[in-house]
Design a protein around this ligand. Structure first.
Ligand SMILES: Nc1nc2c(ncn2[C@@H]2O[C@H](COP(=O)(O)OP(=O)(O)OP(=O)(O)O)[C@@H](O)[C@H]2O)c(=O)[nH]1
Ligand SMILES: [Mg+2]
Length: 432
C-alpha cells in the first residue's frame, strides 16, 4: 500500500487581529476540504471570492480562496489557501471546521516546509534560508536570507560537485585501464579541477563568520570608567531610557543589551559596568561580566574622560572617544549622550567598521555549511597530496573525491541529514 501523508492545515499568518488571515491546507484531501467549505473549486492558482459554510450549512466567512494542484504548490502537494477576514473568531471557526473533517489534522511546526523539502521543492539550504528570511529584521539579514532561499548555495555546491565528478571520472578511467597503455596523464587536469574547487571553498569558508554575524547580530560593547557617561550614551543611541543613569559612580552593574538596526545591520549594543578597582563584591561581579562580554564582542567603544589615561588596551579596529563633549572646549573625537554631539559621527564609524566585516560574507551562512565545506576541503587536499605519488595511488585519491562529494551533498541535504532535520525544523513555528 502506498503511504499517503495526512492532510494538514494551519494558520499561516501571525495570530491576532489583522486585515486578512491566511489558513493553509496541504495534502491529498485539500481539494475535498475546499469543496466541503465552499462547493466547486476555483481554477488552479486563480483567486475567487466564496462563502465558506460549515457542515450544517451555516456561514463561517466570506473569503478569497486559492487552489494549487499537486506538484505546483509550495509543498508539492495539493494546497488550498483561505484568505479569511483577520479575526480571531473567524480563524477559530474555520480551523474547528477543518479539524472535524476526516483525514485532516493541525500541522506540526515547520511541517509545510518539511513536506516541501521531502517533495524536492526546496533543498535543505533553502529551508535554512526560509527560516532566516522569516526571522530577518534588518536589510542585511533579508538580502542574505533571500540569496540562500533562492538556491545560490545549492548552485555553488552543484558547480563544485560537477567539477569533482569530472575529476573522479578521469581518475577512474585511468584506474580501469591501468594494464593498458594510457595515452594521457590525467593528473594535471585533475589537480587543476581540485585547485579551483579548493580556492572557492577557502573563500566561502572564510566568509561564514561574517555571514553568521549578519544572521545573529553584531555585538558592540560600550566600555569605560564609572560615571564617564556610558549609560547616557546608550540611551541616546537607543532613543529610550534603556539603562539607569545617575551621578553616582558604579550605577550600572549588569550588562544591558539593546537591539538596534544600524544601516541595515543587526547590532546588539551592550552597556557595561564602569571599569575600576573595587572592594564592593557585587560591583566586582559586574566588572568581571563587563570584561568578559567586551572581550567576546565584535567591537568595543571606549569612552574616556578628557586628560585621563585609560587602564585598558583597545584592540585594532576598536573605537575610542572622549566623553562629555558638551562641556569640553576642544570636542575633537568627543561624544556626548546629553547634547548628542558626535553621536552621528560615532554611529557612522560603528556602521563602517561592521559593514566592512559584513562584506566578507559569502553565500554560505552557517556553521553546518562551514563544517561540510571544511571536510570537503580536507578530502581534496588529501587527494591532491596522493596524486603526486603517481597512478598507483589514484584509487585512494578517487575515494577522497567521493568523500568530498558526500560532504558537499550534505549542504543541500542529499545525504546524511535525517538527524539534522529535527534540529533545523525546531526553529519553525506552526503554519510555516
Ligand atoms: N555634561 C554631560 N554629562 C553627562 C554626559 N553623559 C553622562 N553625563 C552625566 O554623568 C553622570 C554619569 O552618567 P552615566 O551615564 O550614568 O555614566 P556611566 O558611565 O554609565 O556610569 P556607571 O554606570 O556608574 O559606570 C550622570 O550624572 C550623567 O548625567 C555628557 O555627555 N555630558
Ligand atoms: Mg552606567
Amino acid at each position: 500500500m502506498v503511504y499517503v501523508p495526512d492532510t494538514i492545515f494551519a494558520l499561516a499568518t501571525a495570530p491576532g487581529k489583522a486585515g486578512v488571515a491566511v489558513v493553509r491546507v496541504s495534502g491529498s484531501l485539500a481539494g475535498h476540504a475546499g469543496s466541503a467549505l465552499f462547493g466547486k473549486l476555483p481554477h488552479p492558482r486563480m483567486a475567487s471570492l466564496r462563502i465558506l459554510k460549515d457542515a450544517a450549512g451555516r456561514r463561517l466567512d466570506q473569503a478569497l480562496v486559492l487552489f494549487f494542484p499537486e506538484k505546483n504548490s509550495f509543498t508539492g502537494e495539493e494546497v488550498l489557501e483561505l484568505h479569511l477576514h483577520g479575526s480571531v473568531a473567524v480563524v477559530n471557526a474555520v480551523l474547528r471546521e477543518l479539524s472535524e473533517m476526516d483525514g485532516l489534522r493541525l500541522a506540526e511546526p515547520g511541517e509545510f516546509t518539511r513536506r516541501a523539502l521531502e517533495n524536492g521543492c526546496l533543498d535543505l539550504a533553502q529551508v535554512e534560508g526560509l527560516a532566516d528570511l522569516i526571522e530577518a529584521e534588518t536589510e542585511a539579514q533579508r538580502r542574505q536570507a533571500l540569496r540562500v532561499l533562492s538556491g545560490d548555495l545549492g548552485d555553488l555546491a552543484g558547480g563544485w560537485r560537477s567539477n569533482l565528478i569530472r575529476a573522479a571520472a578521469l581518475l577512474e578511467a585511468t584506474i580501469d585501464f591501468a594494464d593498458e597503455e594510457v595515452p594521457v596523464d590525467v593528473s594535471p587536469e585533475v589537480l587543476g579541477l581540485l585547485g579551483n574547487v579548493r580556492s572557492e571553498l577557502a573563500t566561502e569558508i572564510s566568509g561564514v563568520e561574517a555571514a553568521e554575524r549578519i544572521r545573529t547580530g553584531f555585538e558592540v560593547a560600550i566600555l569605560g570608567a564609572p560615571n564617564v557617561g556610558k549609560s547616557t550614551l546608550l540611551n541616546m543611541l537607543a532613543g529610550r531610557e534603556a539603562a539607569i543613569t545617575s551621578e553616582y559612580a558604579g550605577t550600572t552593574r549588569d550588562v544591558i543589551e539593546v537591539r538596534m538596526d544600524l544601516n541595515g545591520l543587526p547590532v546588539t549594543l551592550l552597556d557595561t559596568a564602569g571599569l575600576r578597582e573595587t572592594t564592593d563584591h557585587v560591583e566586582g561581579i559586574g566588572i568581571e561580566r563587563a570584561r568578559e562580554r567586551a572581550k567576546a564582542a565584535d567591537l568595543r567603544v571606549f569612552l574616556i574622560e578628557q586628560n585621563q589615561h585609560p587602564d585598558f588596551q583597545p584592540l585594532p579596529g576598536d573605537i575610542v572617544r572622549t566623553a562629555k563633549a558638551d562641556v569640553l572646549s576642544d570636542a575633537t573625537d568627543a561624544v556626548s549622550g546629553v547634547s548628542g554631539q558626535g553621536v552621528s559621527d560615532l554611529v557612522k564609524e560603528i556602521t563602517t567598521t561592521l559593514s566592512d566585516r559584513a562584506a566578507r560574507s559569502g553565500i554560505a551562512t552557517r556553521e553546518r555549511h562551514r563544517t561540510a565545506m571544511g571536510r570537503a576541503n580536507d578530502n581534496l587536499s588529501a587527494a591532491s597530496a596522493v596524486l603526486d605519488l603517481g597512478p598507483d595511488h589514484y584509487e585512494i585519491a578517487a575515494e577522497e573525491l567521493r568523500s568530498a562529494i558526500r560532504a558537499l551533498d550534505s549542504i543541500v541535504g542529499r545525504v546524511d541529514v535525517e538527524n539534522l532535520l529535527d534540529e533545523i525544523f525546531s526553529s519553525f513555528c506552526i503554519g510555516k
